[in-house]
Ligand binder design. Structure first.
Ligand code: NAD
Length: 357
């Protein structure tokens, strides 16, 4: 019985998560799976009830679950709180609790939406990339770090880019494992021509592939070249593996190929797993039933695939979404003339209809 902790959060997080739960209920019945759902307060809603963005009780439940499905957190009401009490600090706390060291960010360009991209249709159509970013190491966490005064009028700011063998091995394995479920190609991104730490990165990634994943193809690209190739030949990539800093940049660049924030899922995995759409709580449209629930639905598909071993159900969600888009239904954020505009709940109902159909 898969145990899922559901944290709808704030704003449109609540609306899109409801759609995902309805779809999970349908899939559960269809596949004879009984999900054990627990729901918790998270972000602003937790601050309102308990004064903090996430309680120990919720963190314990997250650890005891097979997966955590989140909506989004934040909003103007909680914006001026001190940093540690803000909704977003709850996110960092839960990622830490789950030891979530791998961030998975797919970027898929659906044929029906290829014109929404800022690149030409023939360049982006068919793009299906998974960016695997290391999330708990690298320059964002390395020490020493700081800003020191070195003389009058002169200061020195510095950070440290550091990776250990163990950190590189475990993120490389995540990328190779995922590649095995896809087209079996990994592109590892580094800057081995300039940085020693990236020489180690390249050596270890190569070794892991040779010893454990000889069936997966591996190419290495320097990050500057990778950034260029990603907009020149996006279709040629399958899994892109990168450290924290380069992955941060490359995953946003890949996301932009697809055109809309409302379509982007993500996952952060480690000892536990947190599944969350890339978008935030969108206070400007919250409560109006116009949010795009597809990012949350595709996030749910990732959860089924990567944490619950329900690959078939995951593909059913992805295919149902594709068919609804091909039939011309769009939420406001991806609407184009000649298509049919629908709201959040209605988009969910259309996906459900495809699944039941
Ligand atoms: P946002 O992602 O919430 O919204 C940016 C823009 O995209 C808005 O115009 C919004 O209407 C639109 N948008 C986003 N998701 C959409 C969807 N599913 N369907 C249709 N339109 C959508 O980012 P923001 O406005 O910068 O932040 C709002 C709040 O969310 C802030 O408090 C921020 O800190 C928080 N935030 C949370 C997360 C998270 O929970 N992981 C991520 C980003 C921002």
């Amino acid at each position: 019985m898969p145990r899922v902790l559901v944290l709808p959060g704030d704003g449109i997080g609540v609306e899109v998560t409801k759609v995902s739960l309805d779809i999970l209920e349908i899939l559960g019945k269809k596949h004879g799976v009984e999900f054990e759902f627990e729901t918790g307060l998270f972000g602003g809603s937790s601050i309102d009830a308990h004064g903090i963005p996430v309680t120990k009780e919720v963190l314990d439940k997250a650890k005891a679950s097979d997966a955590v499905l989140m909506g989004a957190v934040g909003g103007p009401k909680w914006e001026n709180l001190e940093h540690a009490k803000k909704p977003e600090s709850g996110l960092l706390a839960i990622r830490k609790e789950l030891d979530a060291f791998a961030n998975l960010r797919p970027a898929v360009v659906y044929p029906a939406l290829a014109d929404a991209s800022t690149l030409k249709r023939d360049v982006v159509e068919g793009t299906d990339i998974m960016v695997v970013r290391e999330l708990t190491g690298g320059i964002y966490f390395g020490t020493p770090r700081g800003i020191d005064k070195i003389s009058d009028g002169e200061e020195k700011g510095y950070n440290t880019l550091v990776y250990t063998t163990h950190e590189i091995e475990r993120i490389a394995r995540v990328a190779f494992d995922i590649a095995r479920k896809r087209k079996k190609r990994v592109t590892s991104i580094d800057k081995a021509n300039v940085l020693e730490v990236m020489q180690l990165w390249r050596t270890i990634v190569t070794k892991v592939r040779e010893e454990e994943y000889p069936d997966v193809e591996l190419e290495h690209l320097y990050v500057d070249n990778a950034a260029m190739q990603l907009i020149r030949r996006p279709k040629s990539f399958d899994v892109m593996l990168a450290g924290n800093l380069f992955g941060d940049i490359i995953s946003d660049e890949a996301a932009q190929l697809t055109g809309s924030l409302g379509m982007l899922p993500s996952a952060s995995i480690g000892k536990g797993a947190l599944y969350e759409p890339v978008h935030g709580s969108a206070p400007d449209i919250a409560g109006q039933d116009i949010a795009n629930p597809i990012a949350s639905l595709l996030t749910t598909a990732m959860m089924l695939k990567y944490s619950l071993n329900l690959d078939k159900a995951a593909v059913e969600i992805e295919d149902a979404v594709k068919r609804v888009l091909e039939k011309g239904y769009r939420t406001a954020d991806i609407y184009q003339e000649g298509t049919k505009k629908v709201g959040c709940a209605e988009m969910g109902r259309l996906v459900a209809e495809e699944l039941n159909g």
